[in-house]
Ligand binder design. Structure first.
Ligand SMILES: Nc1nc2c(ncn2[C@@H]2O[C@H](COP(=O)(O)OP(=O)(O)OP(=O)(O)O)[C@@H](O)[C@H]2O)c(=O)[nH]1
Ligand SMILES: [Mg+2]
Length: 685
């Protein structure tokens, strides 16, 4: 990297996403950044959610950030957009969307080594995608922060695939942090009230530590650059421009993770962070190249959030990757109807936006969150799969007649929030809303009420029970009916045969000598399939075979319908004799959480009816985390995620698949069957 003298070109608009655990102080940091850049005259209260970030979302009613907040500002004449991402696990989907469109990600953490491990999934994602990121250790105003800061960095280094490169060291007063020494400029600054840090004398006593820290920083850079390495070997102190160029290049390629610290609340270290962002964050064309955005002639935008606003209609929050987007132009099939610059809850209409900017675009009805668009086409760009929802409620509009409105409203809120999913469960005729946690569900219900005036009744969604038989039986069934002109006649002998689990339904016949004409075999099969939709316990019957062995017919009166009916008669008689049993779906769970919580995670499984541990192992990509594999009956899923979050400091999560059907414990059967009978009776009434 010898050509390190950078060309001074006009900066393109850049985007920094603030991400990290809930309560780390991302929204507070945004507020501090806005204050430092002069975008706001004074700060709103983080505690009362009066900040720009929280006022843009419904965080103020929820206590934690639940949505992305976007603020575009000028920092020393350079256009910047900050995206404040929610930290709670339930809202991780939104947070990921924010970082996917950023040039640089600021990982905000607290000076608490015990909590470092909770950012491991985030670090893994950033490295997997090679997204340039740095760490900002916030809250160093708390007493004892100096020690906690050091230990936090040691803990973080164990989790990061990339080397953490300390960019400043703390000036201490005892255990407290009172300023910093910048390792590039080698200048010391003392924190002063809420104002700008003041240049201070670098204390003699700190010099050895400073030299050592700077040496480590330079060695990290030299590992990635031969020119710098040669200089270090020859004891040449590299010029500041060269160090800067290396820092910039290594950040851009996600080869190092720079570390800064400060206090969002006290406005400490904020200007240093801003300067690093300005000096080192990649430009939009570099990020566009990183994500593989195609080269196009005109505009290329990518939507990362969709909202349906009260008066404006659909708004797509989008990053302009290439070209310019102007109000009124076509993006694929949609005319851009309104271009808005965003500042928290405020939207300012503008005529156009250039490459690098983040704006809200009106009425792009054909554009989904995550998709890109050019003047002529919708373009698929790198995005991230929706997280699998883990809790569900069945919903019913309280007012009759609101059902259609409810489906429409659900379509909207699920479009806005890809962490939600609504589905019409065909079997139970219920509308089911899936979410990432209880708080997330409540938020969705609040939205239905506040925005659509919909009151809903909620219930536990129905479990897809099945039934089968333990033993077989042979049965004769006859259907005979004489009404007026020509009658109906069907007559069958059938065997019911249990099949192994997973065998589904099978039909066979061993009819000899044409006792039942061939054309009625399918009638018997159809009749059996129809009957098995609801067996003697009230649920669909599976893992059973029906064999037609014999029967008789009538040349005039026999019909498809009559043989179906005869089969039903036979099965209605036969099934209770076959020792029917209830089956319940069992889910295979993959629970992930920091390793220290694994015993508690296992207890959540073993503490549930039918819970079965299959094993656990280190997580393949998330350092310090484990994966616990388990079977849990679907009926026991209900509070699982809440319990999991409770025992994992809010960060545990799981994915699931329906794995197999298992016989329900006889103690439970009565309850399930009675509930089902009542539901069926109610439905008939
Ligand atoms: N002591 C101290 N407290 C801080 C600092 N920054 C934020 N806080 C406090 O930490 C709490 C959480 O701050 P937020 O900024 O809302 O945290 P967040 O990261 O946005 O949280 P989520 O949006 O839920 O992910 C608030 O009570 C803040 O007052 C800081 O620098 N020092
Ligand atoms: Mg927040």
């Amino acid at each position: 990297m010898e050509d390190y003298v950078e060309e001074k070109t006009l900066r393109t608009p850049r985007v920094a996403a603030l991400v990290g655990p809930s309560m780390a102080g991302k929204t507070s940091l945004l507020e501090a950044l806005l204050l430092a850049s002069g975008a706001i005259p004074k700060k709103g209260s983080a505690k009362d959610h009066g900040t720009v970030g929280d006022l843009a979302t419904d965080a103020k009613t929820r206590g934690v950030g639940s949505e992305l907040a976007v603020a575009s500002v000028e920092v020393e004449g350079e256009p910047w957009t900050f995206i404040d991402c929610p930290g709670a696990a339930e809202f991780a989907q939104e947070a990921m969307h924010g970082l996917l469109v950023a040039d640089v990600v600021v990982v905000v953490v607290e000076p608490d080594p015990a909590r470092a491990v909770i950012v491991s999934p985030l670090l893994a994602l950033l490295d997997e995608r090679s997204i340039p990121h740095l760490v900002f250790v916030n809250k160093v105003d708390v007493p004892g922060a100096a020690v906690a800061l050091r230990d936090t960095l040691l803990a973080l280094q164990k989790l990061s695939a990339r080397p953490l490169v300390l960019r400043e060291i703390p000036l201490r007063d005892g255990q407290n942090v009172i300023g910093y020494v910048d390792l590039v400029s080698e200048s010391a600054y003392g924190f002063k009230g809420h104002g700008e840090a003041a240049l201070a004398q670098l204390p003699e006593s700190v010099l050895p530590e400073e030299h050592e820290a700077r040496r480590v920083m330079l060695e990290h850079l030299a590992d990635l650059d031969d020119h710098l390495l040669t200089e270090l070997l020859e004891d040449v102190n590299p010029p500041t421009e060269e160090v800067q160029a290396n820092l910039r290049e290594d950040l851009k390629r996600d080869l190092i993770v720079d570390v800064f610290f400060g206090s969002a609340e006290q406005d400490h270290g904020i200007r240093r962070l801003l300067k690093a962002l300005r000096d080192e964050a990649p430009e939009v064309h570099e990020t566009a190249a990183r994500i593989g955005a195609p080269a196009v002639d005109g505009a290329l935008v990518q939507s990362f959030k969709t909202v349906h606003a009260a008066h404006v209609g659909k708004l797509s929050f989008a990053r302009v990757w290439r070209g310019e987007v102007a109000d009124g132009m076509m993006l694929h099939d949609d005319r851009v109807s309104g271009v808005y610059r965003l500042f928290g809850a405020k939207q300012q209409k503008v005529a156009k936006a250039v490459a690098g900017e983040v704006v809200a675009l009106g009425h792009l009805d054909g554009l989904r969150t995550g998709q890109g668009a050019t003047a002529s086409a919708v373009v698929e760009l790198p995005w991230i799969e929706a997280l699998q929802p883990v809790v569900a409620l069945s919903l019913k509009a309280t007012r009759s007649g609101d059902d259609v409105k409810l489906s429409g409203a659900l379509a909207r809120i699920t479009e806005e929030d890809p962490g939600l999913r609504a589905e019409q469960a065909a079997e139970a005729h219920e509308l089911v809303l899936w979410a990432q946690g209880d708080r997330h569900l409540r938020l969705a219900l609040d939205r239905l009420k506040a925005r659509f005036g919909l009151e809903v009744r909620t219930d536990a969604p129905q479990v897809a029970y099945r039934e089968t038989v333990r033993k077989g039986a042979s049965q004769h069934g006859r259907f005979k009916h004489q009404s007026g002109g020509h009658g109906a006649f069907g007559d069958v002998f059938i065997d019911v045969v249990p099949l192994p689990r997973g065998g589904g339904f099978a039909f066979d016949e061993t009819v000899a000598g044409g006792a039942v004409p061939k054309q009625y075999f399918s009638s018997v099969e159809k009749g059996a399939r129809e009957y098995f939709k609801q067996g003697p316990l009230g649920f669909p019957v599976v893992d059973v075979k029906v064999v037609l062995t014999h029967g008789s017919y009538h040349t005039v009166d026999s019909s498809d319908m009559a043989f179906q009916q005869a089969t039903r008669v036979a099965l209605t008689e036969a099934m209770p004799k076959c020792d029917p049993v209830l089956l319940e779906p069992v889910l295979a769970l993959r629970l992930v959480a920091p390793g220290e919580f694994t015993p508690r995670v296992q207890r959540i499984v073993t503490g549930r009816r039918g819970g079965q541990l299959l094993g656990y192992d280190q997580h393949p990509t998330i350092k310090g985390w484990d994966v616990v594999q388990a079977f849990v009956p679907q009926a026991e899923l209900r509070a699982l995620v809440t319990e999991l979050r409770t025992v994992t400091q809010g960060v545990g999560s799981f994915t699931w698949t329906v794995d197999h059907l298992r016989e329900v414990d006889p103690k439970e059967v009565q309850h399930v069957v009675t509930t089902r009978r009542k539901a069926l009776d109610d439905a008939r009434a």
